[in-house]
Ligand binder design. Structure first.
Ligand SMILES: [Zn+2]
Length: 383
Protein backbone atom coordinates (compact mmCIF):
# COMPACT_ATOMS: atom_id res chain seq x y z
CA UNK A 1 0.00 0.00 0.00
CA UNK A 2 1.29 3.45 -0.95
CA UNK A 3 -0.07 6.59 0.73
CA UNK A 4 -1.36 7.79 -2.62
CA UNK A 5 -3.41 4.62 -3.11
CA UNK A 6 -5.46 5.40 -0.01
CA UNK A 7 -8.39 7.78 -0.57
CA UNK A 8 -8.48 11.03 1.45
CA UNK A 9 -6.83 11.24 4.87
CA UNK A 10 -4.42 13.90 3.59
CA UNK A 11 -3.75 15.50 6.98
CA UNK A 12 -2.92 12.28 8.77
CA UNK A 13 -0.71 11.19 5.84
CA UNK A 14 1.30 14.42 6.19
CA UNK A 15 1.62 13.90 9.95
CA UNK A 16 2.80 10.31 9.50
CA UNK A 17 5.36 11.27 6.86
CA UNK A 18 6.64 14.11 9.05
CA UNK A 19 7.37 11.78 11.99
CA UNK A 20 9.71 9.86 9.69
CA UNK A 21 11.37 12.73 7.83
CA UNK A 22 11.90 14.56 11.14
CA UNK A 23 13.19 11.44 12.85
CA UNK A 24 10.46 11.26 15.49
CA UNK A 25 9.46 7.64 14.99
CA UNK A 26 7.75 6.31 18.08
CA UNK A 27 8.49 2.65 18.87
CA UNK A 28 4.89 1.72 19.71
CA UNK A 29 1.96 3.31 17.92
CA UNK A 30 -1.78 2.80 17.91
CA UNK A 31 -3.75 3.38 14.71
CA UNK A 32 -7.41 3.39 15.74
CA UNK A 33 -10.57 3.89 13.70
CA UNK A 34 -13.94 2.41 12.84
CA UNK A 35 -14.53 -0.60 10.64
CA UNK A 36 -14.13 0.41 7.00
CA UNK A 37 -11.69 3.26 7.76
CA UNK A 38 -8.13 3.45 6.45
CA UNK A 39 -6.34 2.48 9.68
CA UNK A 40 -4.74 -0.74 8.41
CA UNK A 41 -3.98 0.67 4.95
CA UNK A 42 -2.26 3.68 6.55
CA UNK A 43 -0.26 1.47 8.90
CA UNK A 44 0.98 -0.52 5.88
CA UNK A 45 1.85 2.64 3.95
CA UNK A 46 3.65 3.98 7.02
CA UNK A 47 5.67 0.78 7.57
CA UNK A 48 6.65 0.75 3.91
CA UNK A 49 7.67 4.41 3.94
CA UNK A 50 9.72 3.81 7.06
CA UNK A 51 11.86 1.32 5.15
CA UNK A 52 11.79 2.64 1.57
CA UNK A 53 15.32 3.21 0.23
CA UNK A 54 14.26 5.89 -2.18
CA UNK A 55 11.40 7.84 -0.59
CA UNK A 56 10.10 11.19 -1.77
CA UNK A 57 8.74 13.86 0.58
CA UNK A 58 5.31 12.31 0.28
CA UNK A 59 5.47 8.63 -0.47
CA UNK A 60 7.49 5.45 -0.96
CA UNK A 61 9.10 4.77 -4.33
CA UNK A 62 7.28 1.44 -4.92
CA UNK A 63 10.28 0.00 -6.78
CA UNK A 64 13.23 -0.35 -4.37
CA UNK A 65 14.01 -3.85 -3.00
CA UNK A 66 12.22 -3.06 0.28
CA UNK A 67 9.11 -1.73 -1.48
CA UNK A 68 8.96 -4.77 -3.75
CA UNK A 69 8.80 -7.04 -0.72
CA UNK A 70 6.21 -4.78 0.87
CA UNK A 71 4.06 -5.14 -2.28
CA UNK A 72 3.28 -8.69 -1.22
CA UNK A 73 3.60 -8.03 2.54
CA UNK A 74 6.43 -10.54 2.53
CA UNK A 75 9.34 -8.43 3.78
CA UNK A 76 11.31 -10.59 6.25
CA UNK A 77 11.32 -7.72 8.75
CA UNK A 78 7.57 -7.22 8.60
CA UNK A 79 5.84 -9.45 11.13
CA UNK A 80 2.08 -9.75 10.94
CA UNK A 81 -0.06 -10.62 13.93
CA UNK A 82 -3.85 -11.00 13.82
CA UNK A 83 -6.66 -12.94 15.54
CA UNK A 84 -6.87 -16.61 14.66
CA UNK A 85 -9.11 -19.51 15.58
CA UNK A 86 -8.03 -22.71 17.23
CA UNK A 87 -9.26 -24.59 14.22
CA UNK A 88 -9.36 -28.34 13.55
CA UNK A 89 -6.17 -29.85 14.96
CA UNK A 90 -3.71 -26.93 14.52
CA UNK A 91 -0.68 -27.48 16.72
CA UNK A 92 -0.19 -23.95 17.91
CA UNK A 93 -2.54 -21.07 17.38
CA UNK A 94 -0.30 -18.36 15.92
CA UNK A 95 -0.72 -15.99 13.00
CA UNK A 96 2.19 -17.54 11.09
CA UNK A 97 0.00 -20.62 10.49
CA UNK A 98 -2.50 -18.47 8.59
CA UNK A 99 -0.10 -15.94 7.04
CA UNK A 100 -0.79 -16.74 3.40
CA UNK A 101 -4.56 -16.53 3.89
CA UNK A 102 -4.36 -13.24 5.80
CA UNK A 103 -2.03 -11.67 3.23
CA UNK A 104 -4.45 -12.62 0.44
CA UNK A 105 -7.41 -11.35 2.44
CA UNK A 106 -5.76 -8.01 3.21
CA UNK A 107 -4.11 -7.38 -0.15
CA UNK A 108 -7.48 -7.80 -1.86
CA UNK A 109 -9.19 -5.43 0.54
CA UNK A 110 -7.20 -3.58 3.23
CA UNK A 111 -10.45 -2.10 4.58
CA UNK A 112 -12.01 -5.50 5.30
CA UNK A 113 -13.56 -6.40 8.65
CA UNK A 114 -12.64 -8.81 11.43
CA UNK A 115 -15.97 -10.60 10.89
CA UNK A 116 -15.09 -11.28 7.27
CA UNK A 117 -11.69 -12.58 8.30
CA UNK A 118 -13.01 -15.04 10.86
CA UNK A 119 -15.87 -15.99 8.54
CA UNK A 120 -13.25 -16.99 5.97
CA UNK A 121 -12.51 -19.93 8.27
CA UNK A 122 -15.85 -21.22 6.92
CA UNK A 123 -17.23 -24.36 8.53
CA UNK A 124 -14.33 -24.34 11.00
CA UNK A 125 -15.96 -21.32 12.60
CA UNK A 126 -19.37 -22.81 13.31
CA UNK A 127 -19.91 -20.76 16.43
CA UNK A 128 -19.11 -17.44 14.78
CA UNK A 129 -16.13 -16.63 16.99
CA UNK A 130 -14.20 -13.42 16.51
CA UNK A 131 -10.82 -15.09 16.92
CA UNK A 132 -8.11 -14.41 19.47
CA UNK A 133 -4.46 -13.50 19.76
CA UNK A 134 -3.28 -16.23 22.12
CA UNK A 135 -0.36 -16.58 24.49
CA UNK A 136 1.46 -18.70 21.86
CA UNK A 137 1.60 -15.56 19.74
CA UNK A 138 3.35 -13.59 22.47
CA UNK A 139 5.90 -16.40 22.78
CA UNK A 140 6.45 -16.28 19.02
CA UNK A 141 6.93 -12.49 19.07
CA UNK A 142 9.53 -12.82 21.83
CA UNK A 143 11.40 -15.41 19.76
CA UNK A 144 11.42 -13.10 16.75
CA UNK A 145 12.61 -10.16 18.83
CA UNK A 146 15.54 -12.20 20.10
CA UNK A 147 16.91 -12.27 16.54
CA UNK A 148 18.52 -9.33 14.77
CA UNK A 149 16.71 -7.54 11.93
CA UNK A 150 17.30 -9.37 8.64
CA UNK A 151 17.92 -6.36 6.45
CA UNK A 152 15.67 -3.42 7.33
CA UNK A 153 16.53 -0.45 9.52
CA UNK A 154 13.12 -0.77 11.10
CA UNK A 155 11.59 -4.13 11.85
CA UNK A 156 7.82 -3.70 12.02
CA UNK A 157 5.52 -5.83 14.14
CA UNK A 158 2.01 -5.03 13.02
CA UNK A 159 -0.80 -6.26 15.27
CA UNK A 160 -4.25 -6.11 13.69
CA UNK A 161 -7.15 -5.99 16.19
CA UNK A 162 -5.02 -6.14 19.36
CA UNK A 163 -8.28 -5.91 21.34
CA UNK A 164 -8.66 -9.64 20.60
CA UNK A 165 -5.51 -10.36 22.55
CA UNK A 166 -6.19 -12.50 25.62
CA UNK A 167 -4.90 -11.29 28.99
CA UNK A 168 -2.07 -13.82 29.08
CA UNK A 169 -0.74 -12.63 25.74
CA UNK A 170 -1.19 -8.96 26.64
CA UNK A 171 0.70 -9.31 29.91
CA UNK A 172 3.51 -11.13 28.20
CA UNK A 173 3.94 -8.28 25.72
CA UNK A 174 3.71 -5.30 28.09
CA UNK A 175 7.43 -4.98 28.52
CA UNK A 176 8.31 -5.07 24.83
CA UNK A 177 5.73 -2.40 24.04
CA UNK A 178 7.51 -0.20 26.53
CA UNK A 179 11.04 -1.02 25.51
CA UNK A 180 11.33 -2.85 22.20
CA UNK A 181 14.78 -3.83 20.94
CA UNK A 182 16.54 -1.19 18.87
CA UNK A 183 15.15 -0.84 15.33
CA UNK A 184 11.75 -2.37 16.22
CA UNK A 185 8.46 -0.56 15.77
CA UNK A 186 5.11 -1.90 16.96
CA UNK A 187 2.07 -0.77 15.01
CA UNK A 188 -1.22 -1.72 16.66
CA UNK A 189 -4.26 -1.33 14.43
CA UNK A 190 -7.43 -1.31 16.48
CA UNK A 191 -11.15 -0.85 16.08
CA UNK A 192 -11.91 -0.90 19.79
CA UNK A 193 -8.92 0.50 21.73
CA UNK A 194 -11.07 0.87 24.86
CA UNK A 195 -10.79 -2.89 25.25
CA UNK A 196 -6.98 -2.78 25.49
CA UNK A 197 -5.39 -2.91 28.94
CA UNK A 198 -4.80 0.62 30.26
CA UNK A 199 -1.19 -0.37 30.90
CA UNK A 200 -0.82 -1.07 27.17
CA UNK A 201 -2.67 2.05 26.02
CA UNK A 202 -0.43 4.27 28.12
CA UNK A 203 2.63 2.94 26.30
CA UNK A 204 1.36 3.78 22.81
CA UNK A 205 1.45 6.89 20.67
CA UNK A 206 -2.10 7.34 19.40
CA UNK A 207 -3.23 8.20 15.88
CA UNK A 208 -6.97 8.33 15.30
CA UNK A 209 -8.15 7.65 11.74
CA UNK A 210 -11.47 9.23 10.79
CA UNK A 211 -14.14 7.59 8.64
CA UNK A 212 -13.95 8.29 4.92
CA UNK A 213 -15.97 11.34 3.94
CA UNK A 214 -18.10 11.56 0.82
CA UNK A 215 -15.39 13.37 -1.18
CA UNK A 216 -12.89 10.59 -0.40
CA UNK A 217 -15.38 7.98 -1.60
CA UNK A 218 -16.25 9.93 -4.74
CA UNK A 219 -12.53 10.04 -5.56
CA UNK A 220 -12.38 6.28 -5.07
CA UNK A 221 -15.38 5.63 -7.32
CA UNK A 222 -13.95 7.87 -10.04
CA UNK A 223 -10.66 6.00 -9.99
CA UNK A 224 -12.49 2.67 -10.16
CA UNK A 225 -14.78 3.86 -12.96
CA UNK A 226 -17.94 3.21 -10.97
CA UNK A 227 -21.01 4.97 -12.36
CA UNK A 228 -22.60 7.58 -10.11
CA UNK A 229 -25.83 5.60 -9.79
CA UNK A 230 -24.02 2.45 -8.72
CA UNK A 231 -21.83 4.52 -6.38
CA UNK A 232 -24.92 5.93 -4.68
CA UNK A 233 -26.38 2.46 -4.25
CA UNK A 234 -23.12 1.14 -2.78
CA UNK A 235 -22.82 4.01 -0.31
CA UNK A 236 -26.42 3.54 0.86
CA UNK A 237 -26.13 -0.19 1.15
CA UNK A 238 -22.95 -0.08 3.24
CA UNK A 239 -23.35 3.15 5.23
CA UNK A 240 -20.24 4.41 3.42
CA UNK A 241 -18.02 1.57 4.70
CA UNK A 242 -15.22 1.24 2.13
CA UNK A 243 -14.42 -2.31 3.21
CA UNK A 244 -17.96 -3.42 2.39
CA UNK A 245 -18.00 -1.34 -0.81
CA UNK A 246 -14.87 -3.09 -2.14
CA UNK A 247 -16.32 -6.45 -1.13
CA UNK A 248 -19.52 -5.76 -3.09
CA UNK A 249 -17.55 -4.56 -6.11
CA UNK A 250 -15.47 -7.74 -6.03
CA UNK A 251 -18.58 -9.89 -5.68
CA UNK A 252 -20.19 -7.94 -8.50
CA UNK A 253 -23.68 -8.82 -7.37
CA UNK A 254 -25.19 -5.49 -8.28
CA UNK A 255 -27.08 -6.81 -11.24
CA UNK A 256 -29.76 -8.47 -9.07
CA UNK A 257 -32.84 -6.36 -8.52
CA UNK A 258 -32.66 -6.08 -4.75
CA UNK A 259 -35.76 -3.93 -4.48
CA UNK A 260 -37.98 -6.39 -6.33
CA UNK A 261 -36.59 -9.31 -4.42
CA UNK A 262 -37.19 -7.60 -1.05
CA UNK A 263 -40.59 -6.09 -1.76
CA UNK A 264 -41.98 -9.33 -3.15
CA UNK A 265 -40.62 -11.22 -0.14
CA UNK A 266 -42.29 -8.85 2.32
CA UNK A 267 -45.55 -9.08 0.38
CA UNK A 268 -45.52 -12.89 0.51
CA UNK A 269 -44.59 -12.89 4.16
CA UNK A 270 -47.36 -10.43 4.98
CA UNK A 271 -49.90 -12.57 3.14
CA UNK A 272 -48.46 -15.73 4.74
CA UNK A 273 -48.36 -17.24 1.23
CA UNK A 274 -46.32 -20.32 2.16
CA UNK A 275 -46.39 -21.88 -1.32
CA UNK A 276 -44.92 -18.81 -2.97
CA UNK A 277 -42.55 -18.10 -0.08
CA UNK A 278 -41.19 -21.55 -0.72
CA UNK A 279 -40.69 -20.75 -4.43
CA UNK A 280 -39.09 -17.41 -3.53
CA UNK A 281 -36.70 -19.21 -1.15
CA UNK A 282 -35.76 -21.73 -3.85
CA UNK A 283 -34.86 -19.02 -6.32
CA UNK A 284 -32.77 -17.07 -3.79
CA UNK A 285 -31.07 -20.25 -2.59
CA UNK A 286 -29.97 -20.93 -6.16
CA UNK A 287 -28.06 -17.61 -6.43
CA UNK A 288 -25.13 -18.40 -4.12
CA UNK A 289 -23.70 -17.01 -0.94
CA UNK A 290 -22.52 -13.62 -2.18
CA UNK A 291 -25.89 -12.70 -3.65
CA UNK A 292 -27.63 -13.84 -0.51
CA UNK A 293 -25.38 -11.70 1.65
CA UNK A 294 -25.90 -8.63 -0.48
CA UNK A 295 -29.62 -9.26 -0.30
CA UNK A 296 -29.56 -9.47 3.52
CA UNK A 297 -27.55 -6.25 3.68
CA UNK A 298 -30.21 -4.60 1.55
CA UNK A 299 -33.03 -6.00 3.71
CA UNK A 300 -31.38 -4.53 6.84
CA UNK A 301 -31.06 -1.18 5.10
CA UNK A 302 -34.76 -1.21 4.15
CA UNK A 303 -35.90 -2.02 7.70
CA UNK A 304 -33.74 0.86 8.95
CA UNK A 305 -35.28 3.17 6.35
CA UNK A 306 -38.72 2.22 7.73
CA UNK A 307 -37.57 3.22 11.21
CA UNK A 308 -36.25 6.54 9.92
CA UNK A 309 -39.57 7.07 8.14
CA UNK A 310 -41.45 6.47 11.39
CA UNK A 311 -39.28 8.15 13.95
CA UNK A 312 -36.81 10.55 12.38
CA UNK A 313 -36.56 13.36 9.91
CA UNK A 314 -37.62 12.03 6.50
CA UNK A 315 -34.83 14.05 4.93
CA UNK A 316 -32.47 11.43 6.36
CA UNK A 317 -33.98 8.73 4.13
CA UNK A 318 -31.60 7.33 1.53
CA UNK A 319 -34.19 5.88 -0.79
CA UNK A 320 -35.01 6.28 -4.46
CA UNK A 321 -38.60 6.96 -5.51
CA UNK A 322 -39.60 3.30 -5.77
CA UNK A 323 -38.14 2.52 -2.37
CA UNK A 324 -39.74 5.61 -0.84
CA UNK A 325 -43.19 4.54 -2.06
CA UNK A 326 -42.68 1.09 -0.61
CA UNK A 327 -41.28 2.35 2.71
CA UNK A 328 -44.11 4.83 3.17
CA UNK A 329 -46.57 1.93 3.27
CA UNK A 330 -44.51 -0.88 4.73
CA UNK A 331 -43.24 1.24 7.63
CA UNK A 332 -46.71 0.83 9.19
CA UNK A 333 -45.64 -2.66 10.20
CA UNK A 334 -42.19 -1.77 11.52
CA UNK A 335 -41.91 -0.23 14.98
CA UNK A 336 -40.02 -0.20 18.27
CA UNK A 337 -41.33 -3.61 19.33
CA UNK A 338 -40.23 -5.62 16.30
CA UNK A 339 -37.56 -3.71 14.36
CA UNK A 340 -34.59 -4.63 16.54
CA UNK A 341 -35.59 -8.30 16.45
CA UNK A 342 -36.04 -8.31 12.68
CA UNK A 343 -32.65 -6.66 12.12
CA UNK A 344 -31.04 -9.11 14.53
CA UNK A 345 -32.53 -12.08 12.64
CA UNK A 346 -31.27 -10.67 9.33
CA UNK A 347 -27.78 -10.07 10.73
CA UNK A 348 -27.61 -13.54 12.24
CA UNK A 349 -28.71 -15.03 8.93
CA UNK A 350 -25.87 -13.23 7.18
CA UNK A 351 -23.38 -14.71 9.65
CA UNK A 352 -24.89 -18.17 9.20
CA UNK A 353 -24.65 -17.86 5.40
CA UNK A 354 -20.96 -17.06 5.75
CA UNK A 355 -20.55 -20.21 7.75
CA UNK A 356 -22.10 -22.26 4.96
CA UNK A 357 -25.54 -22.76 6.47
CA UNK A 358 -28.10 -24.41 4.20
CA UNK A 359 -29.67 -21.43 2.41
CA UNK A 360 -33.03 -23.10 1.73
CA UNK A 361 -33.65 -23.99 5.36
CA UNK A 362 -32.26 -20.68 6.54
CA UNK A 363 -34.39 -18.41 4.36
CA UNK A 364 -37.49 -20.49 4.94
CA UNK A 365 -37.10 -20.30 8.71
CA UNK A 366 -36.26 -16.62 8.47
CA UNK A 367 -39.49 -16.04 6.52
CA UNK A 368 -41.51 -17.80 9.23
CA UNK A 369 -39.86 -15.73 11.92
CA UNK A 370 -40.59 -12.51 10.08
CA UNK A 371 -44.24 -13.54 9.60
CA UNK A 372 -44.42 -13.73 13.40
CA UNK A 373 -42.58 -10.48 13.97
CA UNK A 374 -44.71 -8.51 11.52
CA UNK A 375 -47.76 -9.54 13.54
CA UNK A 376 -46.33 -7.98 16.70
CA UNK A 377 -48.54 -5.06 17.55
CA UNK A 378 -47.26 -1.78 18.78
CA UNK A 379 -47.60 -1.38 22.54
CA UNK A 380 -48.12 2.36 22.26
CA UNK A 381 -49.74 4.15 19.41
CA UNK A 382 -47.82 7.10 18.07
CA UNK A 383 -49.41 9.96 16.24
ZN1 LIG B 1 10.95 2.13 -1.99
Amino acid sequence: MLFKEIPGNSLVKKQLVATITQNRVSHAQLFSGNSGSAKLALAFAYARYLNCHNKSNEDSCATCPSCIKYNTLSHPDLHLVFPVLKAGGTKSSVSDNFLKEWRDFTLKNPYNSLDNWTNSFGVENKKGEKGSIYKDEAVSIHKKLALKNFEATYRVILIWMPEQMNTNAANKLLKVFEEPPLGTVFLLVSEDPEKLLPTIISRLQKIHIHDFNMDDLLGFFKKENVSSEKAKQLVNLTDADLGKIIQLLMDDTQEIDLFNLFSSWMRLVYQIDIVNISKWVDSLAATGRKHQNTFLLYAIKMIRECLIFNFANKLLLKTNQKEFDFVSKFSNFIHEDNSVLIIEKLENSSKAINRNANAKILFFELSLQIIKLLKVKRKFAIN
